[in-house]
Design a protein around this ligand. Structure first.
Ligand code: PFF
Length: 468
């Protein structure tokens, strides 16, 4: 078992680790993206496929990442450097995952910034109901609010700056006094807010329709594209392929049972995504609106629905606070993964590393914030704008490539003995053969298929074929 020279920071408690790792997993992906892709893909059958993907692909890879981190006690680059020989392709996995964390943080923070604007608007009473103010917040007004925001470079930059600043403030405090402490505050708040919104959804007229929509599968609505989307989302939502789980695993005590930890984190993430759907769809249905509103579901449809409900402004405030907390605990894991690299591999101090990387994330996020205004005519890839192009590179290529390398390495090249020890500190050997089968065959094949289709979809094969 490799040990590094300096004593490594560890989580202070099991619950602290679970909340921090679940905080990384539960993010905009759960509350913003999961409901809208479920809506776009027709509901129940998509949800079922998504659950299968989490269990058979996401969970085994999450355990593999936690395992690599805890075994090596290093950041993602250092972990693969410790495990693989110089010049071996496995080392690439570490680099790609850190690069993914870097790229994703830069634009994740821009979207997180939008939630801050909505919080401010809610505080100002922008979503007040007609009965209390006499103003009807129409769909047009909400659309104008959203368009006004994305058309304004300076406003988005300001929010992006503030959001990165908050991440910096937390990560600079370190593993226990920064990340763990804040996860223990933010995650219970997030769960409380979600519970309130869930109860509100269940009491509304559309509750039954929402249950049916989400849990009665209609396989005629399931397309092959939906299956791919479910698989890709399972990856993103569990924070896989971007160094986060390797880094968080590296602070985990050897006494912890990795299998049980991975299971708890994935369960929390999944249950929260489902509850977010059950909080959102009932009110969408009771307002007679469509669930397949796309990415605008949360920023455009939901505020309109809220503004027509009694007490809607408070609900809107709670909802956007929930979204901001979820984004924050995810973003800090992206920043921490990069900070760990500078500390472990380059011997930087935490303060300097955090300040440097947060500054860089702000600068690199600028084009994303300007993507829908100043830079709207710039289309680096196909006809996608800057923001979508960066998202495409990170989510469609970097994440699956690093996930595939991780699954292949752990499935085929790491010693079974070491894996068994890592997975089951408590000796519950029964799960090993199942996990090993999934990480060896099922996960690499599934991730390989996503990668193939993503590459084909963006015409990269055709591009290379054209070169010869
Ligand atoms: N899992 C987060 C979400 O669902 O929003 C996104 C994310 C966070 C991805 C942290 C990757 C990561 F390292």
């Amino acid at each position: 078992m490799p040990e590094s020279s300096s004593p490594r920071a560890l989580w202070g408690s099991r619950i602290g680790f679970i909340l921090a790792a679940a905080g990384s997993a539960v993010g905009l992906g759960n509350i913003w993206k999961f409901p809208y892709i479920t809506g776009n893909n027709g509901g129940g059958a998509f949800v079922l496929v998504y659950l299968i993907c989490i269990a058979l692909v996401g969970l085994p890879i999450m355990m593999a990442e936690l395992m690599i981190g805890r075994y090596t006690r290093r950041d993602a680059v250092g972990a693969f450097r410790t495990l693989a020989r110089p010049g071996s392709p496995w080392r690439l996995a570490g680099w790609i995952s850190i690069l993914a964390a870097f790229v994703i943080l830069s634009y994740y923070s821009v979207v997180a910034g939008w939630t801050l604007e909505y919080i401010l608007r809610a505080v100002q009473g922008a979503f007040r109901t007609p009965a209390t103010t006499g103003t009807v917040e129409t769909a047009e007004q909400v659309r104008a609010l959203f368009d006004g925001l994305i058309e304004s470079g300076p406003r988005q930059l300001l929010w992006h700056f503030l959001f990165i600043g908050v991440c910096l403030g937390i990560v600079i405090g370190g593993v226990q006094k920064g990340i763990e402490r804040w996860s223990k505050i933010l995650m219970p708040l997030l769960l409380g807010l979600l519970a309130l919104l869930f109860v509100n959804g269940m009491l509304s007229d559309g509750a039954r329709q929402a249950w049916v929509f989400m849990f009665r599968p209609d396989f005629s609505k399931l397309t092959s594209g939906a299956v791919l989307e479910a698989l890709g989302h399972a990856f993103f939502t569990l924070s896989l392929g971007m160094a986060a789980m390797i880094t968080y695993g590296s602070y985990l005590s050897r006494a912890e049972n990795l299998f049980a930890s991975g299971l708890r984190i994935a369960l929390l993430d999944t249950v929260i995504a489902l509850i977010a759907g059950l909080a959102i769809f009932p009110i969408v249905f009771s307002a007679g609106m469509q669930p397949g509103a796309g990415p605008g579901l949360v920023f455009q449809t939901i505020p309109v629905v809220f503004s027509n409900l009694p007490g809607g402004n408070i609900l809107a405030l709670l909802f956007f606070l929930l979204l901001a907390f979820a984004a924050l605990t995810s973003a800090i894991s992206l920043l921490e993964s990069q900070v760990a690299y500078l500390i472990d591999e380059r011997d930087w101090g935490r303060k300097r590393a955090t300040a440097f990387l947060a500054g860089l994330a702000f600068l690199v996020g600028i084009p994303s914030a300007l993507s829908s205004n100043l830079l709207q005519h710039i289309t680096p890839i196909a006809n996608l704008g800057v923001f979508d192009s960066i998202d495409l590179i990170a989510s469609n290529y970097l994440l699956p490539i690093s996930g595939l390398l991780t699954a292949l390495y752990v499935g085929w090249f790491w010693s079974d003995q070491e894996e068994k020890q890592e997975l089951m500190a408590d000796g519950s050997v029964w799960i090993y053969p199942l996990w090993h089968f999934l990480i060896r065959f099922v996960a690499p094949i599934a991730v390989g298929i996503i990668l193939y289709y993503k590459i084909e979809e963006t015409g990269l094969f055709a591009f290379f074929a054209g070169l010869f």
